[in-house]
Design a binder for this molecule. Structure first.
Ligand SMILES: *Cc1c(COP(=O)(O)O)cnc(C)c1O
Length: 399
């Protein structure tokens, strides 16, 4: 079958909740992917940073296959021999006391919200059903009803009401707005250290540190959604490390499995995660041995292949080279590590046509919020491959 045939079938039978580029991929290896007609592309999206380790990383494939042949799912009705090791390794790596395993990122965010609310009632002493959680304009934390409740994107909410009470939205990057929004009922501040879906928005220097101090002063949990920013993307294991900030709660997903399988996690202190008693919360697949074996290896690959360091070095190089491109279409470049938003001018006619032109030249990227081209290649990319990408970007962004 040709690409057009697959596209026609998907258009007929699939729900139309995405608007993908019309490239039908069938194979991937490292930073490269191939379509059904054999054309090769450099993947500069890496499945929204889920594939930081590169496509079909041989170590992950090996663990995945071995574990799949041994044991895949026990449910949490029984214990398995992978979950305890993932819990211990992840807690030790990131400096937390406890971990809760989930599957998708959205589920982990939901779990963190549940933990924060129950912590509010049982530890902080907030009156029952009064807990408030503060979030930011431009956030993206997932697609559940609770989470879309506090999205600032009208389309994400519209038609899905009634929505959930208990959330308050403030401007991103404004520590004073956070201080002003806190009430005695505030239990948590949920924030992305860099807003990914928002268009790779890096907050002002010092923002996370100030927010951390404000949360500490008011006994409010600082919850970092590091699902996209974490695990190496920005040049550190957690993006919060750039400001020396230690969140009370960290949410991970995406690259936690290197693209193999949905695996997410919530990490926190005992004081927070111990609010869950048997029966309070759960997931049939959460913490299954296949997920845990893959996640353990995915994290080891990031550490042993020094992907954080690579992201920092190559990210600096990429940004420096991008800024040399004088394009009439580009307003500015922003980002951190191997994570760049090319912000186009209003008159450039939107990012989509640039992504389509890049696709023609063999570079896959995706527009976000209509005017931003997002670049987030797998962190295993080489300097030569970045140069290859830059050559094509120069062509497409040229006058
Ligand atoms: C992708 C993402 C999520 C949601 O993860 P899913 O696995 O798609 O549910 C949540 N938060 C952030 C910051 C994300 O980038």
């Amino acid at each position: 079958m040709r690409a057009q045939d697959y596209i026609a079938i998907e258009e007929q039978y699939g729900a139309h909740n995405y608007c993908p580029l019309d490239v039908v991929l069938t194979r991937g290896e490292g930073v490269w992917v191939w379509d059904v007609e054999g054309k090769k592309y450099l993947d500069c999206l890496a499945a929204y940073s889920a594939v930081n380790q590169g496509h079909c990383h041989p170590r992950l494939v090996k663990v995945m296959v071995e574990q799949a042949c041994r044991l895949t799912l026990t449910s949490r009705a029984f214990r398995n021999d992978q979950l305890p090791l993932l819990e211990k390794e992840l807690c030790e790596l990131l400096g937390y006391e406890m971990m809760l395993p989930m599957n998708s990122g959205g589920e982990a965010v939901e779990s963190a919200i549940k933990a924060a609310r129950k912590w509010g009632y049982t530890v902080k002493g907030v009156e029952n059903d009064r807990a408030e959680i503060i979030v930011c304009d431009g956030n993206f934390h997932g697609r559940t009803i609770t989470i879309i409740t506090f999205s600032s994107v009208e389309q994400y909410r519209s038609g899905f009401g009634p929505l959930m009470p208990g959330f308050k939205r403030i401007p991103y990057g404004d520590a004073r707005a956070l201080a002003a929004a806190i009430t005695p009922n505030t239990v948590a501040f949920l924030v992305e250290p860099v807003q990914g879906e928002g268009g790779v928005v890096v907050p002002p220097e010092g923002y996370l540190r100030q927010a951390r101090e404000i949360c500490t002063a008011h006994n409010v949990l600082f919850i970092a959604d590091e699902i996209q920013s974490g695990l190496g993307r920005t040049g550190k294991m957690l993006a919060c490390e750039h400001e020396g900030v230690r969140p009370d709660v960290v949410i991970l997903g995406k690259a936690l499995s290197g693209g193999m399988y949905p695996v997410s996690a919530v990490l926190a202190s005992r004081e927070v995660l111990d609010v869950f008693k048997p029966g309070d919360h759960g997931s049939t697949y959460g913490g299954n041995p296949l997920a845990c074996a893959v996640a353990r290896e995915a994290v080891r690959v990031i550490v042993e292949e020094q992907l954080c360091e690579r992201a920092a070095q190559l990210g600096d190089y990429l940004m420096a080279e991008l800024r040399k491109i004088k394009s009439p279409h580009v307003d500015h470049y922003r980002g951190k590590g191997l994570w760049v938003g090319i912000v186009l001018k209003a008159e450039a006619g939107g990012a989509r046509r640039f992504c389509e032109a890049l696709m023609e030249k063999g570079v896959l990227s995706k527009e976000t919020h209509k005017t931003v081209i997002r670049l987030a290649p797998p962190l295993v990319i080489t300097k030569d491959e970045i140069d290859w990408m830059l050559e094509r970007l120069r062509d497409v962004l040229a006058p």
